[in-house]
Design a protein. Structure first.
Length: 479
């Protein structure tokens, strides 16, 4: 009797959780996950020799060496000539630029800033780093921010922007160090500090350090309770931890603060889908797509929901559209491949799994499902090679272990098959299919007493819909 592999359909809660949230540390952080970089590119103006007789001019011209930076900062903020003084030295156009400029000078820590080239050079070097960052040239940006900090180690903006550049290149420990250094400098503006707590929390999330991430997001919210982004990220973390109700609550709080937050709608839809609440998931995904019609993740997630509802034509249309928008989306290829597999269109499924693996060679589920196709086609050696790859990526991948056992069974290598079914049951002791397949292998290998035990275990865990296998197990036990 042939037995068949388990294809990961992507519709189980466990698998959706793996794929839809932020992936393993080492992948660059999506730019939208981080709070906007406070680049504030400022063009240095001509240095003036005007003698300002107020705290702002003392701060700018260097007569403040004997004062405490924070006292000088507060005095400067109360000065009626503050903007006039700043405009004479730098072209400052908005309130945030004003804050950053003041922090840069107040953060000088008692160092003299009287020489005229000091501020202009620092800003020029910093702004070159910002330009590189805007162009996605993060290594060059990091080099410029580092040069800036070598000239002025008390420049908070450079720490923030270098930390952001480190985060976007996957250098998470260095990013955390820079964000932490920024916060140690005593920056006095809650909205700016909140942004840094948020970004450090995003990096902790990427590293899988969820408790530290949640602590940072909570700090960000204490400083700026109306910011939607930390609530969104807390929802992401709770979803990764399997706390679906808490994630839904936080995505909802994010949407209360920003009703046009497409990513929050999408991920709340994911959470509902994980709970099997497809009727609630679909409106959220539709809303996400009404806000952003080119949101490929929302499209392939909606395709999964349609698949679960057996609306296969609509599912295929969503997967196709997601790939029209982004042909390099490995998940859309993967899920479309699953749909083709379920329809018996093996060649199309194989092409999609091949493409998913070309884009992401660490996609264990794609190896598992491609191996399942090879098993269905009787190409067992190729199937075993793919299951080996999946298990090399994730040694605790129970489905791949089970499927390799199936391939060994179909090659009549019963001892190896039983070994894999046993290993699979160590990983998932309630996997009924593994007990049933183990019983078949033991029966074929001439070990009826052990087969009887495996059939009995199968009946303890068998789902009601497995009627044929239940009947077969009962017949065997009645012999």
């Amino acid at each position: 009797m042939a037995i068949y592999p388990k294809i990961v359909l992507g519709l189980s809660c466990r698998f959706i959780l793996v794929l839809f949230m932020f992936t393993a540390a080492g992948f660059p952080i999506p730019p939208q996950a981080l709070a906007d970089q406070p680049s504030g590119r400022r063009t240095a103006g001509p240095y003036t020799r005007q003698d300002f007789s107020d705290p702002a001019s003392d701060l700018l011209t260097g007569r403040s060496e004997g004062g405490k930076p924070q006292e000088i900062l507060l005095a400067a903020e109360s000065s009626g000539k503050l903007r006039e003084a700043l405009a004479a030295r730098f072209r400052v156009e908005d309130e945030e630029d004003l804050h950053w400029t003041l922090m840069t000078f107040a953060g000088a820590g008692g160092h003299s800033i009287s020489h005229g080239a000091w501020g202009a050079l620092d800003h020029q070097v910093h702004d070159r780093g910002v330009e590189y960052g805007d162009q996605g040239q993060y290594d060059q940006a990091i080099a410029e921010f580092t040069k800036c900090l070598q000239g002025n180690p008390r420049y908070p903006r450079a720490y923030y922007n270098r930390g952001t550049a480190y985060a976007r290149t996957g250098q998470f420990d260095l990013a955390i160090a820079d964000f932490t250094k920024f916060m140690e400098m005593g920056v006095a503006y809650p909205s700016l500090v909140s942004r840094v707590f948020h970004n450090r929390g995003v990096v902790y999330t990427q590293k899988g350090q969820y408790e530290q991430a949640l602590a940072d997001f909570n700090q960000a919210l204490k400083l700026n309770p109306e910011n939607a982004a930390p609530y969104y990220m807390m929802g992401v973390v709770y979803l990764k931890q399997g706390h679906k109700d808490r994630s839904i609550a936080d995505f909802t709080k994010a949407l209360e603060r920003n009703p046009d937050f497409a990513k929050a709608y999408c991920n709340r839809g994911v959470a509902y889908a994980m709970q099997g609440q497809l009727d609630q998931a679909l409106p959220d995904l539709n809303k996400a797509l009404s806000l952003n019609p080119k949101y490929s993740k929302a499209l392939y997630m909606r395709g999964l929901v349609y698949s679960q509802q057996k609306r296969y034509d609509q599912a295929l249309a969503d997967f196709n559209k997601a790939l029209e928008i982004n042909a390099g989306n490995d998940k859309a290829h993967y899920f479309r491949g699953i749909l083709y597999f379920s329809q018996g269109r093996y060649d199309l499924a194989l092409a999609d799994f091949n493409q998913a693996l070309k884009i992401n060679p660490k996609h264990a589920e794609a190896y598992n499902n491609r191996g399942s196709i090879f098993t269905a086609k009787g190409q067992y050696d190729q199937a075993i090679a793919d299951f080996n790859q999946a298990l090399q990526i994730d040694p605790r991948y129970a489905n791949a272990c089970y499927n390799r056992g199936v391939a060994y069974y179909n090659k009549s290598l019963y001892d190896k098959a039983i070994g894999d079914f046993n290993k699979c049951l160590e990983l998932d002791p309630k996997l009924a299919d593994a007990y049933f397949s183990k019983a078949l292998a033991l029966e074929a290998w001439g070990r009826p007493a052990e087969a009887r035990e495996a059939y009995a275990a199968f009946l303890r865990f068998a789902p009601p819909e497995a009627k044929d296998q239940i009947e077969q197990a009962r017949r065997w036990l009645q012999k």
